[in-house]
Design a binder for this molecule. Sequence first.
Ligand SMILES: [Zn+2]
Length: 268
Amino acid sequence: MHYIEPHAHMVSRTTDDYERLHLAGCRVVCEPAFWAGFDRSSADGFHDYFEQITRFEPKRASTYGIAHYAWICLNPKEAEDLSLAREVLSMIPAFLERPTVLGIGEIGLNKNSNNELAVFHEHLTLATRHQQLVLVHTPHLEDKRKGTQLILDAIREHPDLAPERVLIDHVEEHTVRLALDRGHWAGITLYPTSKCSVARAIDLLDVYGHERLWLNSACDWGVSDPLAVPQAMREMRRRGRTEKDISTITWHNPARFLSQSPRFHLPE
Ligand SMILES: [Zn+2]
């Protein structure tokens, strides 16, 4: 069965990972812009990174039979230097024109500071002005619920942004309902140690059904597993879920959300 990996930081992964993803049935990978593990020191650093995820990665992925899409933004961890942040924000519209860019993401809050909130709002304004989809990272904090609430309230200040065009990622048991109740989509991230385990993710699907939910691995340079989604598919099968249920969550749902961007095309 084929599936979509809607959240993976492939710049941190090897070509062997692309090969294993393809063998496991992955046919589409989406790569949100994120933090490099250190703060980039200049707007040029962001420019080169955006080039990498919009030109180099699509080529590398296609060698392995996988379509690659990207999301563009700067991370909240890099929002404290407001003048650098604004310089980067000003270069984003040009990248939104690239043929494989799906929208603004993954944006969010980290320490919930005033500067982070200001840059979050500026991203949302950009998304509205350029009619872009939005992918939101919710922090893995002891107070994830409070951070999620702040994010949702900030989004509500942008009434021209349709809720179904925003996906709230890394939801867990105590935040999934908040996102769905506002009309957003929600992403469940499968991580070996933090975020959600495969078993917890499938329990969540048992409780909340399939509507406006997807699964992702969010694999990056940290402890993470690019094959987390096929492992969840296997667990769904073990629990007696139908093939139709499995493909709804891992193919049709991401395709439905992402197809709201005219740049997204399912592979033949
Ligand atoms: Zn991510």
